[in-house]
Design a protein around this ligand. Structure first.
Ligand code: PHE
Length: 338
């Protein structure tokens, strides 16, 4: 019987493994409650009394040896692998997977900056639906029915209903504001707009605008100009100059387009400003009295100005992005640069 003890002792001494499973299997086999050592202790009872002392000593030594050996092997495999056996099935000591932080979309950054600039001079923010009826997108804004001016904005109609379309500009929101509020009104409407255009580097079927509206007594073109100059300087820098060129919109009279001096070449001429030193960024004008009347505002008492700009266009100039498609492709290589 002593032989059995010696054999097992040799086996324990020879055992080596770096596998958590193998070590555990060996522990169960040798030290487990139905293991070999337990069996030997059971045998101990039948050992003749005079041999009990020697046998007991050897058996206890074997047990200690086995325990020490297993401890040693376990710690050699390291806490890491043992942690793998925790009840969550996770290695708790493993370095965490780094969480990638998201960032704001460049268009959101620019939109927020535009909003902040106008908020500082008392404008609030108004929003409206992207699916609009003809009245708010066109008719109230002085686009007569069948008037070719409606073709200026290639419209997506919804469900073959000529009365419902995707808004082509956020001027529709301004109509809603004028219908529901009394002057003075000082509001900007940021939002997504849709036009049926082929997608290319310079055009897209949707883009973003921020349009502004100011209505009060005695609002003049000078107020418009001053507000826009303030905006241009805040957005593009103190040295920025503006230039207004006569234009046409059905809802403003007079109307203008505004250029800012090219911040890329400091107006010396480059291929971004096509060697003109200026870049067009927005449309503006004095709100046509017809529009005020359409919205229930007395045009003999009140006057106002309006302007509208494309957020992509401003972002393009700020970040030197030359392809509009980049803004909606969700390419992380592009988005992570902002
Ligand atoms: N709504 C015009 C557009 O989308 C922009 C604009 C707004 C022009 C206000 C003049 C005044 O093109």
């Amino acid at each position: 019987m002593l032989n059995k003890v010696h054999e097992l002792k040799a086996e324990v001494e020879a055992f080596n493994s770096a596998s958590v499973q193998e070590i555990e299997a060996f522990r169960i086999k040798v030290l487990g409650s139905k293991g070999q050592i337990k069996a030997l202790f059971d045998d101990f009872k039948s050992v003749p009394n005079e041999q009990k002392k020697a046998f007991g000593k050897e058996l206890n030594e074997l047990k200690q040896l086995a325990q020490q050996k297993l401890e040693l092997l376990k710690s050699a495999v390291g806490n890491t692998s043992f942690a793998a056996e925790n009840k969550f099935g996770e290695d708790l000591s493993k370095p965490a997977i780094e969480k990638e932080l998201g960032a704001r979309h460049p268009l959101s950054l620019v939109r927020n900056e535009i909003i902040e600039i106008f908020k500082r001079v008392g404008f609030n923010v108004s929003e409206g639906p992207e699916i609009e009826d003809d009245w708010h997108n066109f008719s109230a804004l002085n686009f007569p029915e069948e008037h070719p001016a409606r073709d200026m904005q290639d419209t997506f109609f919804v469900e073959k209903n000529p009365d419902i379309s995707l808004r082509t500009h956020t001027s529709s929101v301004q109509v809603r504001v004028m219908e529901n509020a009394k002057p003075p009104i000082r509001t900007i409407s940021p939002g997504r707009v849709y036009r049926n255009e082929a997608i290319s580097a310079r055009a897209h079927c949707f883009f973003h605008q921020v349009e502004g509206l100011y209505i009060d007594k005695n609002v003049s073109f000078a107020d418009l100009k001053q507000t826009l100059l303030y905006f241009a300087k805040e957005m593009f820098g103190e040295d920025t100059e503006i230039r207004l060129r006569p234009s046409y919109f059905p809802f403003t009279e007079p109307s203008a387009e505004m250029d800012v001096s090219c911040s890329i070449c400091k107006s010396k001429g480059c291929n971004v400003c096509k060697y003109t030193g200026f870049l067009e960024i927005l449309g503006c004008g004095m709100v046509d009295p017809n529009v005020l009347e359409n919205c229930g505002i007395d045009s003999s008492i009140y006057s106002g100005f309006a302007f509208g700009m494309g957020v992509e266009r401003i972002a393009q100039l700020k970040f030197s992005v030359n392809d509009l498609r980049l803004y909606s492709e969700n390419d992380k290589r592009f988005l992570s640069q902002f």
